[in-house]
Each structure stands twice: as C-alpha cells, then as structure tokens.
Design a protein around this ligand. Structure first.
Ligand SMILES: [Zn+2]
Length: 508
C-alpha cells in the first residue's frame, strides 16, 4: 500500500474496557419514525475525576415543577436568551435557536471572515468564506422530499465575539509566543515572517488581522456549541500550519490548538465546557497539520491528540510528528481514501478516547484542487465528512467542524465544495435528532447536575431517554416540561450522589 500509517507518540491512554466501571449515565434512545438514533456499539465514555459514588436509581416522580426557560421566538436576542446565556457561549449574537432548528446544526459565521480588496490573483481565496455563507443561504436541499434552505438568513448564523471583545491575551498568548502575537496584531511582522505565512504585505492589513482573530473566536464558539448540541460547524477555521512560534502556509494563529486549549482549561472556559480532558483533532486537509502537531508535542500531555490524513508529497516538506500520521500517495482516489480513513479514525477514537473532536474538513483533497495532489471527487468529500461526523456523533462524542483549505479560481465552485461539510453536519443533526440527545444533556448539566459520562445504547422500545447524573444542586427536580414536549421525571439525589432522570418522550 502506498500510504503509511505512523503512530509517532505513545500516550498513556487506558483501554476502553478498563474505564467502564465508573459509568454513571445512560442515555437510552428510542428508535421511531421521529427519532432515528442509530445503533452503536457499546462504546462507553466517561469523565475522570469522578471518584467512587454510591449508586441508587430513583425514578419515582412527584408533583413539584422546575421551570426551564421556554423559547418564545425564533431568534434569541441577547436579553431573551436565558438558557443559551447560561451555556457561557462566547458570542456577539446568537443564531437560530438550536431547539427550534430541525434542519441544520448550529453554524458559526462572521461577516468579517472575508473582506474586500484582496489581490485578485492571490492563491488564497479570501472571498470564499462570504461565498460559503451565500451558498448556504441560497441552495435548497431535499429534506423529506421538500426543497429547504439550511440557512434562511444571516441571523441564523451564530456570530463569534467581536474583535474588540476577544480576550487575546488569555486565548492566544497562553499558548502562542506573545511577542509574535503582539507584533502580528500591530502589523509588525518581519518580511520573512509575512513571506512564510504567504500573505506578504497583506499581513499587516487591519482587515486581515481582525479576520484572523475572528476565525479563532469562531472555532471556539463552534466548539462550545458542539459541546452543548452535539455537532456544530464554523464557516472558517482549520489554520493548522500555524505553530507555537509563528505562522506558515496561509495560517497565522492556530484555531484548533487555541480551541483545544480553551476546552481543556477551566480558567479559560469558566466551566462552560466541563469534563473535556482530551481533544482529538481529525485533520483531513490535504496538507499535514504540522502546526497543530507541534502544539501537541510541546504540551506533552493527553490534552491534544492529532490525526493527520494528508498527501505525503504536499506541503509542508518537513513534516511534524502528529499522534497519528497518514501520508497518502499522490492521486489517491475515493475508495482507497475511504478505506484508510475508516481504519485510522476508528483506531484513533478507540485509542485516544477523546471527550471532544475537532474536525478539519479541508476540500483541497479534491481532484482538481489547485494545490492538492489527491484525487477525491466531490462525492468522496461528502462521504468522508459524513463518515467522520457520523462516527463521532454515534459514539456520543461532540464534534466541531471547520472548513480547512481549498483552492480554486472558481470561488463559487469552491464554496459549494466547502458547504458539503455544513450539509453533512446538518444531515447528521436531522437523522440523529441531536436535540433529543443534547438538549436533554445540556439542560440537565446546566440546571441540575454534572453529567459525568455517557453511554449510547442500541435503541430500545422505550419511549424516553434515561439519564444518570451526579447532583450538584439541592433543588428537588421531579417534573418539568421542556418546550412542552419533554417531561423530566425522577428526583435528584443528595449532592454528589447519583440519580436517574427520565427525559420523557423524545420525539420532539
Ligand atoms: Zn490545505
């Protein structure tokens, strides 16, 4: 076989089976016409730091009521967004309420991702982000035999923090050389640094500086949304050549590393994404994710593992050591690619046992891409995205997708290719009825107690979700209505003890 699979770092991941003893949470999903939760193998996820807890289930309900904010409108302006606010999302505007969005997963976009005045002949298509947004707002998809737009208007997108509100010092300078960050933000990079990045004199433009930071904030927000709702996608991101000391290959600040650091550092996320100790980056861009790998190596712990599936002969010439490196031969096509992808992703998920996946769905693997040397068709890209996203979701692992690279003179054709990942994330969103799963998870986690591990079982005839949690509040929650469609019954045990909640009908 022309490809090589290399696991360069040995990490002390424990075997899956050894970690099942601390299982505290069951999610039992219903299979019905309205709730198509796919059967999955008995993969168990658990969150460390749980310690031993006594086990007592308590299904007996009572009559007391707990009020959960009930969405009143299609969109959530800041002042009315109690429940989303309680998630601690880093956003300047909430998008379409995921509770009501049955068509598409949460999608993140900022209108400043693209900006005018970019050199026309530049290989990097700066306009593509705005074009992807346009494609998503103007292309219909058959959903239940009806043509539907995944995104109806700009306000459906979640928008990351505005530039001035992004905590640059905390998010960036904690893992990237502060001197580099400050010089970049002030348009003071050297000619050599700007050359290595590939943007040359454009590097100092305020619009470029701002969109670079916004892109990072977009991936952070996407990850937060994925944590709470299972799957989310950014319209930018995947700046994987940027490394701890600087930028390279059209990337300046590594959004994947910054986000992994955010997710695993409570001082940064402030409790908004609890329980994430290991992030796996699945990088399917045609170029190796060398910058992300360097962060992983530098950190030297389990927080960030990287799986890079790339074309061996593509940039960068000097490859870094990812946790897993798969260097494919030139012209590798759909079937060979998918065979290798499936094997590697499954291996990495079992061995790393991540709490969270960041997925770089670069489309420069396309057969006619200007830079990439692989030969995937657009259908191959779709199958790839579908496999990775669905695999994570089926195992109960939140997945945040970013667009990665893609190069084509025809920017609209390129944007359509990039939109595949948003379409596939949304397809999984619909098929898996993510809300039934994540809505319950989020509300229980935020309102009642800490969910410490999850197990997705094969569907059973039961028409409810059962959830076991460790209580953190003294509130006695016995019955509540969520959007009038879900009844939550059961009672919370004492603080620190485990109890069981029944989320009622799932076919919202
Ligand atoms: Zn690339």
């Amino acid at each position: 076989m022309a490809s090589s699979i290399n696991r360069s770092k040995k990490m002390p991941y424990r075997l899956l089976s050894l970690r099942t003893s601390s299982l505290m949470l069951w999610l039992t999903m219903q299979r019905s016409s309205a709730f198509l939760y796919k059967p999955v193998s008995t993969i168990l996820r658990c969150y460390p730091r749980l310690g031993s807890m006594s086990f007592h289930s308590s299904f007996s309900g009572s009559d007391s009521t707990l009020s959960v904010p009930t969405p009143q409108s299609r969109h959530f302006p800041m002042e009315n967004s109690c429940y989303l606010e309680s998630f601690g999302l880093k956003t300047s505007r909430f998008g379409l309420d995921p509770f009501q969005n049955k068509l598409a997963c949460p999608i993140v976009y900022h209108e400043q991702y693209s900006f005018p005045g970019w050199p026309e002949n530049h290989t990097f298509p700066m306009d593509k982000f705005a074009r992807i947004a346009h494609i998503l707002k103007s292309t219909t998809h058959l959903v239940d035999d009806t043509p539907r737009l995944l995104v109806q208007n700009e306000e459906d997108f979640f928008r990351p923090l505005d530039f001035d509100d992004i905590p640059v010092e905390e998010w960036l300078c904690s893992i990237i050389d502060p001197d580099f960050v400050h010089r970049f933000l002030n348009g003071m990079l050297t000619t050599e640094e700007a050359r290595r990045i590939g943007f040359r004199e454009q590097t100092a433009r305020p619009e470029l500086i701002q969109r670079t930071v916004l892109e990072v904030a977009g991936t952070v927000l996407t990850a937060q949304l994925a944590f709470h709702f299972g799957v989310a996608a950014n319209l930018a991101g995947g700046t994987h050549h940027a490394h701890p000391l600087g930028g390279a290959g059209y990337t300046i600040l590594n959004d994947l590393a910054v986000t992994a650091n955010f997710l695993t550092d409570k001082r940064l996320h402030g409790g908004s994404t609890p329980g994430i100790n290991r992030v796996l980056v699945i990088d399917c861009d045609v170029h190796q994710g060398d910058g992300t790998a360097k962060f992983s190596t530098l950190w030297g712990d389990d927080r960030l593992a990287t799986l890079s599936i790339h074309c061996a002969s593509n940039y960068p010439q000097d490859k870094a050591n990812s946790t897993y490196d798969i260097g494919l031969r030139d012209k590798c096509g759909d079937s060979e690619y998918m065979e290798i992808l499936k094997r590697c992703v499954e291996t990495a998920l079992v061995e790393v046992e991540p709490d969270f996946v960041l997925y770089d769905g670069g489309v420069d693997v396309y057969e006619h891409d200007k830079l990439g040397r692989l030969s995937l068709t657009e259908n191959g890209i779709r199958l790839r995205d579908r496999f990775v996203v669905e695999k994570c979701v089926s195992l109960g692992i939140p997945v945040a997708a970013v667009v990665g690279g893609g190069y084509d003179k025809d920017v609209d054709a390129l944007a359509r290719r990039h939109a595949i990942v948003h379409e596939e994330c949304s397809r999984v969103w619909r098929e898996y009825r993510m809300l039934g799963y994540r809505q319950a998870r989020s509300l229980v986690a935020v309102s009642f107690g800490r969910i410490v591990c999850a197990k997705a079982q094969d569907p059973t005839p039961k028409k409810h979700i059962e959830m076991r949690i460790v209580a953190r509040s003294e509130a006695q929650i016995n019955r509540t209505c969520i959007q009038g469609e879900k009844a939550l019954t059961g009672s919370l045990p004492d603080i620190g003890q485990e109890g069981c909640l029944d989320l009622g009908e799932t076919n919202a």
